[in-house]
Write a protein that binds this ligand. Sequence first.
Ligand code: MLT
Length: 263
Amino acid sequence: MPTATLDGTDLHWRDAGRGTHAVLLLHAFPLHSGMWSRQIEALAHTHRVIAPDYRGLGGSAGSHEASTMALLAGDVRGLLAHLRIERAAVVGLSMGGYLALELWRQVPGLFTGLALCDTKAGADTAEGAAGRETFAKAALAQGLHWVADQMAPKLLKPSPDAAALAEVRTLIGACTPVGVAAAQRGMALRPDSTPTLGTITCPTLVVVGAEDGLTPPAEAEKLAAGIRGARLARIAGAGHLSNLEQPAAFNKVLTGFVAGLAE
Ligand code: MLT
């Protein structure tokens, strides 16, 4: 799996498939690009698929600087420039959706299409942001096992499959406490993207797990209602990580969406 030093930071990404049509997969918190393994496999038959790890998560180097969406968008743009990719379908799940909306603000010309999965547009409340700071400090003090105890059950449907739970814990275990804290602090600083929704002009798909407790279907409905022409797909039998819990249903919706996009 490739790594490059871009703007002074060692970034790691997954790179699969080939061709002129690219798909950019932006992962959730506190995970890394490995959460997309089944989507990478499905999409790579027809597309070049790029899935970066954010700073301090997965194989990318971390620092104590807050991983704001603006900072991470700069990393992604640097990576795409390094790979000479000028256009892509951008797919973001949860934190990846926050990042996709920041990318839209910065570089709308990149987008052949946008898929917002299990995510929302709003900023944190003051209470939510304070909770992230408490979480960041605890992650630094207590480590990834604690992070997995806190997060893994929330990322999955109630009474999740044991294999899915184990997979999510393994994904979390490949991050770093510094990266987890930086991501929490960065998400706390993210702006309200609600005004951005009305500016989106590319084909857009909104996906939500029917049992998503973190960004419930009502959030997905708000997203879809705010974006002109957006299509909403519900994935039955899935919680927040709808791509991981129901990969066949998720892949059907996603591959159908990207197949219909112009270059
Ligand atoms: C995620 O899955 O990326 C997180 O739940 C996002 C968040 O903490 O807001």
